[in-house]
Design a protein around this ligand. Structure first.
Ligand SMILES: Cc1cc2nc3c(=O)[nH]c(=O)nc-3n(C[C@H](O)[C@H](O)[C@H](O)COP(=O)(O)OP(=O)(O)OC[C@H]3O[C@@H](n4cnc5c(N)ncnc54)[C@H](O)[C@@H]3O)c2cc1C
Length: 450
């Protein structure tokens, strides 16, 4: 396995400053009893997971605080109490279950080699419109849209269903933070004869007679019989010989938009943030009930439409080092001037100050605890992970309707894995890995089943 970054884990890696450590892309992992959850558990038995507790998420919306319970049965009564009206969640639950099953069945049939039909489903907004729910309940039920990166008007209801089902019973966080996943997977890979090389980018793929023959890693050319590409659909296309760019498969994938880009505010704290109102849940800061765009462009918007905060040191009872907090907001592509320029530094400072205000407005007691502040930008994602997009391919209806987006590729021996197949999330990436393995060897037996 060749990994571009010198640190293992992809978006599940962490970085350190003085006594603080931050994850770059894991705040909450969904249903560990789901099929990908059990597969992850079987591959990484040494990882200890901590549930988020009775509260999964806390929303701060204009005029309302809403606590999303980890007990699914408490959600309806919670919404009714918060909104002061009757809310029947049964049709929504049925629809999200149905859509999740439909998507997974569809992807599995692609593995078995059947020609795939487009899989159509409405946008999240259109789906919710059809269900007889009060408008404020709809807004709250779609309030975790930042988990897949698109507002309800633009996201596929498949993505909404996957997120809703995955976090229906709260969330989990791995002891030791996200790096514990990479370490455990490394042990599993090596125990099966695999070998990992860090800091080594694949720079090209050699294809002859529609079969993968070689990979290039810098000046080294290695003969291969098969390749599992876990680096994202768009980056995979960039590695193929140019003549492949006109193949209908490549054109279809190239035509799918990339997901949003993001900035992350990383805070190092001098003490426990619980007295300030923080907890092991994710804290959603929504400045509007119904956002009209995902991203924050400080040139014409004073504040981000939404951001979400997380306190990783409170999610892990064995956490070592200083307490930490992080806050994520989405930004439009091309917002930042080149890294290292004065304009880049100025924009970074301005955005950092606004994000800090966003958090301190809701949790003023945090202010005196802050000792370290740093902002990660899309330039950091590009540098360390070779891509600025937060979730890979955007979770649009067009993405799920694209019959070419599947593990099998028209290049024999080359399969696509990772979050781009199902959804940009840890469990989505595990599900993508399973589909890729089955595409290479349909005889593999599922593991992790009860
Ligand atoms: C801010 C943020 C917060 C998130 N929070 C959560 C969360 O709380 N829960 C959750 O489930 N998901 C979360 N996600 C999403 C989740 O982290 C990703 O969707 C998931 O990790 C994708 O996994 P992947 O293996 O497909 O891709 P990645 O983790 O991106 O791995 C791809 C790897 O390929 C490497 N690579 C790229 N090009 C090359 C090359 N040419 N040669 C060799 N290697 C290469 C990259 O360096 C990278 O390590 C979050 C994402 C972000 C950005």
């Amino acid at each position: 396995m060749f990994e571009h970054h010198r640190v293992l884990g992809g978006l599940s890696h962490a970085f350190r400053r003085k006594r603080w450590t931050w994850d770059v892309g894991v705040h909450a992992v969904g249903d560990l009893e789901s099929r990908p959850g059990r597969l992850l558990g079987a591959l990484t038995p040494e990882v200890i997971w901590h549930p988020s507790g009775p509260l999964g998420d806390r929303f701060e919306l204009p005029g309302l605080r809403f606590d999303w319970p980890s007990d699914e049965d408490a959600l309806g009564p919670g919404l009714e109490a918060a909104l002061g009206q009757t809310v029947d969640l049964l049709p929504w639950r049925r629809q999200t279950l149905y859509l999740q099953d439909r998507l997974l069945d569809h992807l599995a049939s692609g593995v078995r080699g059947r020609p795939l039909q487009p899989l159509n489903a409405p946008t999240t907004a259109a789906l919710l419109e059809e269900l007889d729910l009060p408008p404020r309940a709809r807004d709250l039920l779609t309030g975790r849209w930042a988990y897949h990166g698109l507002i309800p008007e633009r996201s596929s209801s498949f993505a909404h269903a996957m997120v809703s089902r995955s976090y229906a019973r709260g969330s989990h966080y791995p002891e030791g933070g996200a790096p514990s996943l990479g370490l455990a997977l490394r042990a599993a890979i090596e125990a099966h004869g695999g070998h990992i090389e860090l800091g080594r980018s694949v720079t090209g793929l050699g294809v002859e007679r529609s079969r993968i023959q070689t990979i290039s890693v810098g000046s080294e050319i290695i003969e291969v019989s098969s390749v599992v590409a876990g680096l994202g659909a768009h980056r995979l296309l960039g590695l193929l010989p140019p003549r492949w760019s006109t193949h209908p498969w490549a054109r279809a994938l190239a035509g799918l938009p990339a997901s949003v880009q993001h900035v992350s505010l990383f805070l190092g704290l001098s003490g426990d943030p619980r007295p300030a109102g923080a907890g092991p849940w994710n804290l959603w800061l929504h400045n509007t009930w119904r956002p009209t765009r995902e991203t924050w462009d400080p040139r014409d918007q004073a504040r981000p439409p939404a951001s979400y905060a997380s306190f990783p040191s409170l999610k892990d009872p064995q956490h070592r080092g200083g307490h930490t907090a992080s806050l994520v907001a989405f930004v439009p592509p091309g917002l930042f001037p080149p890294r290292g320029t004065v304009a880049y530094g100025e924009l970074k400072r301005r955005m950092q100050a606004v994000l800090l205000d966003e958090l301190l407005e809701r949790l003023p007691g945090l202010g005196p605890l802050i000792e370290h502040v740093e902002l990660g930008t899309p330039a950091s994602s590009t540098r360390f992970l070779a891509s600025p997009s937060a979730y890979g391919l955007a979770a649009t209806p067009q993405r799920y309707a694209c019959p070419w987006l599947r593990a099998r590729t028209p290049v024999h021996g080359l399969v696509l894995a990772g979050g781009d197949l199902v959804l940009g999330s840890v469990l989505g990436a595990v599900a993508g890995g399973e589909l890729a393995a089955l595409a290479l060897d349909p005889g593999l037996q599922p593991i992790g089943k009860p």
